[in-house]
Design a protein around this ligand. Structure first.
Ligand SMILES: [Cu+2]
Length: 488
């Protein structure tokens, strides 16, 4: 590359003022999806790497402009390995770094199922954390330092029990270098992913794992005001947000449903002949006369404009490739060659992957009923996987605190007369002591029943009211006591 004095000066200027980071590129099972493809990224290049500093802003969900969907949603099977690439310069124009070494802090990945990728808001309730890592005492490194070691690449596995559907997947970095001065700096973006799982029933996320973004972390909390400069560090450092929830399929074989929902929106069209982020180029109509030639030339240039207009800060390299095709058609028309379009080989360009793609850390799982055959193959108690699960990064493991539902043993038989005597105001038998759930929780020690609640009439294994099969089916029924009870 040839540098002019001006570009070197600009690079030095940018380097001194902007050493932040931005999520630009998604990999699925080590396959590069292309810069910006399926990624919600800030639109403005000059500020795309800037941190999110207002913890109450809706931008906390998917970053600046993160409320706006992108055209493409990438398909991935549940359990797939996802890798997120972070860059100091979105288009690599001034270097290939991932984040300034001063930006020490934790990382996390959150997901949220959305019924409609185009219209369901990113900001708000429904997020849960599938992985996090703070300070690794053994290695003496913050997660962001490991990210730098991995050239800006961060890998996680999608939980194996994610249901089929559309998901926003949100990698988050938190730079704590100014946290003690009240200025924590978050970096978050979102990938749009269509997950293929073994069930279409929405996941039953335990209430203590489900959070709103913004809202899951607030100004002044210990996780965002931690002083990383004191020696020794005042460990342990508590990562913002809820405990990790990694729903996994039962280990016994589960028969997958025969009919599964297919991705209906956001797929990359099969007749896409060149892609730049979330733009696709399509072959222009063939022609045999002058009018047709110029019409197709125009169609090519129109697509070129759309390409540049839609290009995110990660770049427009393939718009430039497309431009050459249009120039070829235009030149042919000018040369009165009206049989076309001319054969032109589009050579897509792709930024080099910055280094070896790291493996994903093992995360302790919570077994959930994830498929149609689950009822026959798994005991319905919510179970935490064996503690012998190999742990790659010790600090990344947060044992999900899911209270196992109480399986109701045989109730002592109470005669009608003594029951009536004990609870004279009871309108009906055993459910008398329960109140209708006002917050969607049920069973256990809540004393609440779902019956008649606005959240649905069934109490799930994890103590949530609902109407889906996960709440009502799989052998679980609402007992008279309002607890999830195995149907024998
Ligand atoms: Cu910064």
């Amino acid at each position: 590359m040839r540098y002019t004095t001006a570009t070197i000066g600009l690079a030095a200027f940018l380097g001194s003022t902007s050493a932040h980071t931005v999520f630009t590129t998604l990999f699925i099972n080590d396959q590069n999806q292309g810069d910006g493809t399926c990624v919600r990224m800030p639109k403005q290049g000059s500020t795309s790497t800037y941190p999110l500093e207002d913890l109450s802003s809706p931008d906390m969900a998917c970053g600046r402009d993160g409320a706006t969907p992108v055209a493409f949603t990438c398909p991935a099977d549940a359990g797939s390995k996802l890798t997120f690439e972070f860059r100091e310069y979105a288009d690599l124009a001034y270097g290939t770094g991932s984040i300034d070494p001063s930006h020490k802090g934790p990382c996390a990945v959150y997901v949220k199922q959305v019924s409609d990728m185009a219209t369901t808001p990113a900001a708000g309730a429904g997020w849960f954390k599938i992985w996090d890592e703070g300070y690794d005492e053994a290695a003496g490194k913050w997660c962001t330092e490991k990210l730098i070691d991995n050239n800006g690449l961060l890998s996680v596995n999608l939980p194996s029990a994610l249901p089929t559907g559309y998901f926003l997947v949100r990698p988050e970095l938190l730079a704590l270098h100014n946290a003690d001065k009240g200025d924590p700096q978050f970096y978050a973006g979102c990938a749009q992913v269509f997950v293929s799982g073994t069930t279409e029933e929405p996941l039953d996320v335990p209430a203590n794992n489900s959070v709103s973004i913004p809202g899951y972390v607030g100004k002044g909390e210990p996780s965002v005001s931690f002083n990383i400069w004191t020696q020794p560090l005042a460990l342990p450092y508590a990562i913002p947000g809820p405990e990790v929830f990694n729903p996994v399929l039962p280990q016994s074989p589960v028969q997958a449903k025969v009919v599964q929902a297919k991705q209906t929106t956001g797929a990359i069209p099969s007749d896409c002949i060149l892609k730049n982020a979330n733009w696709c180029g399509f072959e222009v109509p063939s022609y045999t006369d002058e009018d047709g030639c110029w019409a197709s030339s125009q169609k090519c240039w129109d697509q070129n404009s759309n390409c540049y207009d839609s290009a995110p800060p990660s770049g427009s390299a393939n718009c430039k490739v497309w431009e050459a095709k249009c120039k070829g058609i235009q030149d042919a028309c000018a040369a009165k060659n009206f049989q076309g379009p001319p054969v032109y080989e589009l050579k897509a360009v792709e930024a080099a992957v910055p280094g070896a793609i790291p493996g994903a850390a093992e995360v302790k799982g919570t077994e959930v009923q994830g498929g149609a055959g689950a009822a026959e193959t798994v005991a319905p108690a919510v179970d935490v996987q064996s503690s012998t699960t190999p742990v790659v990064v010790a600090t990344s493991v947060a044992a999900p605190s899911v209270a196992a539902p109480s399986v109701v043993a045989a109730e002592p038989s109470v005669s009608a007369t003594t029951e009536a005597a004990a609870q004279p105001t009871a309108p009906t038998g055993g459910a008398a002591a329960l109140v209708i759930s006002q917050d969607g929780l049920c069973g256990g020690t809540t004393g609440q029943t779902c019956e008649g609640s606005e959240f649905g009439g069934c109490c799930s294994a994890s103590g949530h009211c609902g109407t889906t099969k996960l709440h009502c089916g799989c052998g679980w029924q609402l007992s008279k006591q309002g607890r999830g009870e195995m149907e024998l």
